[in-house]
Design a protein around this ligand. Sequence first.
Ligand SMILES: Cc1cc2nc3c(=O)[nH]c(=O)nc-3n(C[C@H](O)[C@H](O)[C@H](O)COP(=O)(O)OP(=O)(O)OC[C@H]3O[C@@H](n4cnc5c(N)ncnc54)[C@H](O)[C@@H]3O)c2cc1C
Length: 397
Amino acid sequence: MQSVLIIGGGASGAAAAIALARLNPQLRITLLEKNERILKKLLTTGNGKCNITNTAVSPAVYESPLAAAVLQAYDYQAVQAFLASLSLPIKADSSGRCYPLSESANNVVNTLLRALDTAGVTVITGQEVKRIQQEGKAFSVQANACFRADAVIFAIGSAASVKGYNGLDLCANLGWRFPRPTPALCPIPSQEPFLKALKGVRAKGTLRLGERCESGEIQFTETAVSGICAFNLSRYVKAGDTLLIDFTPAGWSKAELAQALQIAAASAAENAQLLDFLLLRKLGTVVLKRAGLQPSGSPQALTQTDFEALLQLLSAFPVTVEAPADMRAAQTVCGGADARYIDPATLMAKQYPGLFVCGELLNVHAPCGGFNLHWAWASGLFAAQAANTYLSGEYRD
Ligand SMILES: Cc1cc2nc3c(=O)[nH]c(=O)nc-3n(C[C@H](O)[C@H](O)[C@H](O)COP(=O)(O)OP(=O)(O)OC[C@H]3O[C@@H](n4cnc5c(N)ncnc54)[C@H](O)[C@@H]3O)c2cc1C
């Protein structure tokens, strides 16, 4: 009987295990997980509601040569069909984000556990894999115990929000050298002193980082700029970068903003009230002080230069980025095993026939919105199909 080891009991490993068992019920499939339970991260997704996929999935979203073949095979409809086959019907919101009908990550985990059981997959927890070696055509996998298999699906995710991740050592042992992945989909850290006063403040606006921009709700913490638009830009920030915040309301021209400011100045009793038409008072005060204006000063004393300074700050308020971002606060990473080592057509390791890689361990990343879980499902399903084809003898020689 042929055997397959799946290393990692996250979304991608679980999808791969279920799909492989369905494709070939004759296989002996064992899933090894280092934690005492599988699918831990999935429980925390989408604030407990599990933003499971997105109707706008396309290769362009993922910025990786590894994504095209996988997403051609497992687009939104294919993943939706897989989830429905598990008894996980989904619904999309107006922006294309999809959630299980139950809106419960807990229910998703329970459904996957049931599906693994029904499929006859053996799940062994408390097994941290420390080495993978190819011996002839077979694999030897060293965890607390030693396991052997004809093929391996490597699905150990990333260090994002994880304690004690040894995946980079495992990759180094396989001879894969790639830059250390950086935290992504996380708050953008900054040591700007004014952030202390802005803890908990929210505003609508656009964040700009060089040519890139993201619009939506911006949240401030004592040490970071946060919110979904900050999360999406966090994939690209470096220490010392300047993040610009544009508070101009959507659809407004600069002239409209200038006019609104003039009207506010005509009616405000003191400078502190000047920006009430647009920003919460705490944020308005920070902008005023940055422009060199006293909140208690008189709007009637404002000069043309003061107006221009305010308008400039309202459309490009600078925040200096401090790095590195906190991996413990990251939802995913930028970086990972790449197309130098992995064949995009099969997700099989180029130097190790029979070793397939899926999920977040691969250098494929996407913005918030369900795209990262889509990648986990899609690449897991794809790796399962490729492993089954490999075991049938099709890729050999
Ligand atoms: C707080 C949070 C919220 C998120 N919300 C969303 C969301 O709503 N929508 C979305 O699309 N994405 C979301 N994500 C991202 C998404 O969860 C991940 O992209 C996805 O779970 C990755 O799946 P994976 O199987 O590749 O890795 P993981 O889910 O990380 O699974 C990897 C598994 O491998 C195990 N493992 C690691 N090393 C070893 C080893 N050496 N030996 C054995 N086992 C090992 C781990 O313990 C883990 O169980 C969120 C992430 C976080 C942290």
